[in-house]
Design a protein around this ligand. Sequence first.
Ligand code: NAP
Length: 465
Amino acid sequence: MKHPSVPLPRIGMRVIKTAVAVMVSYALFLPFGLTYREELGGVLGQMGPLYACIACIICTQSTLGQTFQQGMSRLIGVLVGGILGTATLLLGPALENLWLKTLVLGLVCVAGVWLCLLIKRPTACGMACILPCVILITGVTGVTRYYYAAARMIETVVGLLIALGVNAALPDHRPEHRRGEPGHRPEVDNDTRKLCVIGDPVGHSKSPLIQNTMIRALGLNYVYLCQPVPRGGCRQWLDCAKFSGWAGFNATMPHKEELVPLMDELDEDARLVGAVNTVCLRDGKAYGYNTDGAGFLRTLADEGIDPAGRQVLVLGAGGAAKAVCLKLAQAGVDVVVCNRTLEKAAAICAHDPARLRPAGFDPATLYKEAQDCDLLVNCTSLGMEGTEGQFADFSFLDGLRPGVPVLDLIYAPAETELLRQARQRGHKTANGFGLLVNQAVLSLEHFTDTAIDAESMKTCIARVL
Ligand code: NAP
C-alpha cells in the first residue's frame, strides 16, 4: 500500500494538555453560564468560560516556562486592552455616534498595539486590540463596562493558572535531553524562508542554535542554517544567495569587512563601524546592518547603566571593541581604549579624537586609567573559554572607584576571572550573554521586520546554550 506523502499530524502531549486545560476551565466557569448572567450583579454577572478557555488554548505550551511566557504576554494584552476599553467610557453618550465609534475603534487598536510594542510584548498586541473592540462593539455601557473588562481579566488569569497547573501536573513526554528546550530543530515546509550564518570557519557558531530557538519560540516560518563561505568568496555567495531566494544571513569572521562594498544599502552603524554582520535580501537587493553597537547599548540599558556624560574604559581594540567604542562616542561618551597593540587602539580613536583616547595595556597604565572611569568594559578575548590568554594581574581593578560596574563581552565561561575578581571587590558585574541575545534579536528583527521581546528570548536561549 502506498503511504501518504504528507505525514498525518501527531496528537502529542501539548495537544492533550491544551484539551485538559480547556475542559477544566469550562467546568470551572460553567455555573456562570455561556451567556452572561447579569442577575448575579457586578463582575460575577459578566463572568463566562470563554476567555479562560481561550487563555488555555493560546498559553498551553510544551513546557512550564513557555506556558508562563505566553500567559504573561496574553495577560499584559488583556490588561492594556481592558484599560483602553474602559477608558472609552469617558466619551459617554458620544459613542452612540457610529462615525465616532468607528474612529475610536481604530484609535484603541493603534494605541493597544503601540503600547505593547513599547513594552516589547508583540504577542500581547492581539488582546490589546480585541478586548477594547469587543467592549465597544458589544455595546455594554455605563459601569457595566468596568465589570466586563474586570471579568475578562479574571477569566484570563484563571485560564492561565489552569494552563500552568495542567502543564505542571501532566508528564513531559519528550526525551530527557530535550526537556526545557523549546525545540530548536526547525519544522520546514515549502514556504519556509531560509536564513544562515556565513564564516570561515563557521562550524562552531552558536547562531543556528540561538536563531532556531527564537524562530520556534515565536512560531515563525524560517529556518536558520550554517553556511561555510571561504575567505574572499562573499561576492560569489551573495549572487548565489540572491538567486536562490535566501531571506538573509549573518556574517562572522572574516567576512564582515568584505561585505561592506557589496551591499546595495548600508545602515548607519555598518557605515560607522565599516563592517556588516547582518544582511537582509529583499527584491534582489542586499541591505547591510551592524548590530554590535546597538546590541551593546541595549545591554547597558538592560543593566540599568546610562553611559551619558560618563567616562568608559574599554579594554581591547579588536572588532567588538571598535563597534563598542564608536557607538559610545557617537552617543557622546568619552572612552579610553587600552590595547596591547597600541596602533590598533590609535586607529579606532582616529575616528573621533574628541571622544576617544588610546592608551597602553601594561598594569600601571590600566591602573591609572581605571581610577578615572565610570564603567569598565572588557572587549579582549582574555579569559574566554577555549583560549589560553589571561590578564597578567588584576591589580588595576583596585584603581576603580566603588560602585563602578564591570562588563565582560565574553559569555563562556559565564563568569570570567575578571568578573570574579571585580565581584569580589564589590563591583556590579555582567557577562556577554545579554549582548549575545540582544544582537541575535536585532538580527531577527531585521530579517523578519517585526519587534521581538528580548527578555523572553533570553529565557529561551539560556535553556539551550
Ligand atoms: P578580536 O578582533 O580578535 O580582538 C581581540 C582583542 O583581544 C584584541 O584587542 C587583542 O589585542 C586582545 N587580546 C587577545 N589576546 C591578548 C593578550 N594575550 N593580551 C592582551 N590582549 C589580548 O576579537 P573580537 O571579535 O573583538 O572579540 C573580543 C571578545 O569579545 C571575544 O572574547 C569575543 O568572544 C567577545 N565577543 C562577544 C560578543 C557577544 O555577543 N557577547 C560579541 C562580540 C565579541 P591585540 O589587538 O593586541 O591583538
